[in-house]
Design a protein. Structure first.
Length: 130
């Protein structure tokens, strides 16, 4: 029973870390669309109560323009997010650049690489006995 809860929490945490931006932006888009629809509905009710429905045609144009703008911003945000390199990729590239920089500056094996032949301890012992 405890492991089941731990697994659920770990799974939700993993999903949240992986898809946080997508989840938040999708909920924001849905809230935006509901808000625009609610404001438009309130405007139509208000104009009916005032018995002046001359602006209702333009209100539909504004409503659909606002819907379109919200959806375009949503997809534009995700298009820009996917085109940028991820933080993990940048961190890995930085680590690799650090390693090569350290390798070039302080290479403890540079002298060994420059030797023509490498000799082991056995070679030294054999040379002493000759």
């Amino acid at each position: 029973m405890v492991f089941k809860q731990i697994f659920r929490v770990a799974f939700v945490t993993l999903i949240w870390k992986q898809y946080k931006a997508l989840i938040v932006s999708t909920f924001s888009l849905i809230a935006y669309l509901l808000l625009v629809g609610s404001v438009h509905s309130d405007y139509l009710i208000h104009s009916q109560l005032q018995k002046d429905i001359s602006g209702s045609g333009m209100s539909f144009i504004y409503k659909w323009a606002a819907y379109t703008a919200g959806i375009v911003l949503y997809f534009g945000f995700h298009a820009l997010r996917s085109s940028r390199p991820k933080k993990q990729d940048l961190a890995q590239k930085a680590k690799q650049a650090n390693k090569t920089a350290k390798h070039d500056i302080e290479d403890p094996f540079a002298a060994i690489r420059e030797k023509d032949t490498l000799r082991s301890r056995a070679d030294f012992i054999e040379q002493q006995h000759k």
